[in-house]
Design a protein around this ligand. Structure first.
Ligand SMILES: O=C(O)CCC(=O)C(=O)O
Length: 199
């Protein structure tokens, strides 16, 4: 698909500055119609899994559905995912080799505040989060005081780009909400180290 029909016009906004591009929010990265088409295709075409993970002395259900694909030719990609991967990689000039998918079924699904583990991503490449489906709020909070959060409503078709360096100083998370919200899917593009543990 030609990029002219993929991309919307609203450009990126800088939320945090650092020497590697900081944290940028690009509300209209793709048109609403493209975002809606990718959402529908991925919701039905991905083999979603639920996961349980150890948390302190317990094992808890991860509060969202997950999936992941290699982008280096190792996995057969749903067409919508292949299109999204090309769009994001070309726009950022980044050789992303992995995409993690998160599906938030309703407001009780969430991701706790965290930073990407630095051993699991290659510097100086950024992490890019493409949002599809319902709007959910992301809180981006400095690790050091004063810890006041940047709160950003992630619109469908938006791209949030976080530098590798930002992961040292900022946490990000999508809190639960009691508001009635529809489903959201996020695509988290990363450059993983070859032979690393986190594929
Ligand atoms: O859903 C999002 O936009 C955030 C996902 C996230 O933080 C992650 O996959 O590590």
């Amino acid at each position: 698909m030609a990029q002219a029909t993929l991309f919307a016009e609203e450009g990126p906004r800088v939320l945090v500055e650092d020497g590697e591009g900081g944290i940028r929010y690009w509300p209209g990265f793709v048109h609403d119609a493209t975002a809606a088409r990718w959402f529908a295709a991925l919701r039905s075409g991905v083999d979603w899994r639920s996961e349980r993970r150890p948390m302190y002395d317990r094992v808890v259900e991860v509060p969202r559905l997950l999936a992941g694909y290699r982008l280096d030719g190792g996995d057969l990609l749903p067409e919508a995912l292949a299109e999204a991967a090309v769009a994001v990689s070309e726009a950022l000039g980044t050789p992303f080799n992995h995409v993690g998918l998160n599906r938030y079924r309703d407001g009780s699904d969430s991701v706790a505040p965290h930073n990407d583990k630095l051993y699991s991503i290659v510097a100086p490449h950024p992490i890019a989060l493409l949002s599809l489906g319902a709007v959910r709020r992301m809180d981006i909070r400095p690790k050091q005081p004063p810890r006041s959060a940047i709160r950003i409503d992630l619109k469908p078709g938006s791209l949030l780009v976080m530098s590798h360096a930002s992961q040292h100083h900022w946490d990000h998370g999508v809190p639960k909400t009691k508001a009635p919200v529809g489903e959201r899917i996020s695509l988290a593009f990363r450059v993983r180290p070859e032979g690393g543990r986190r594929w």
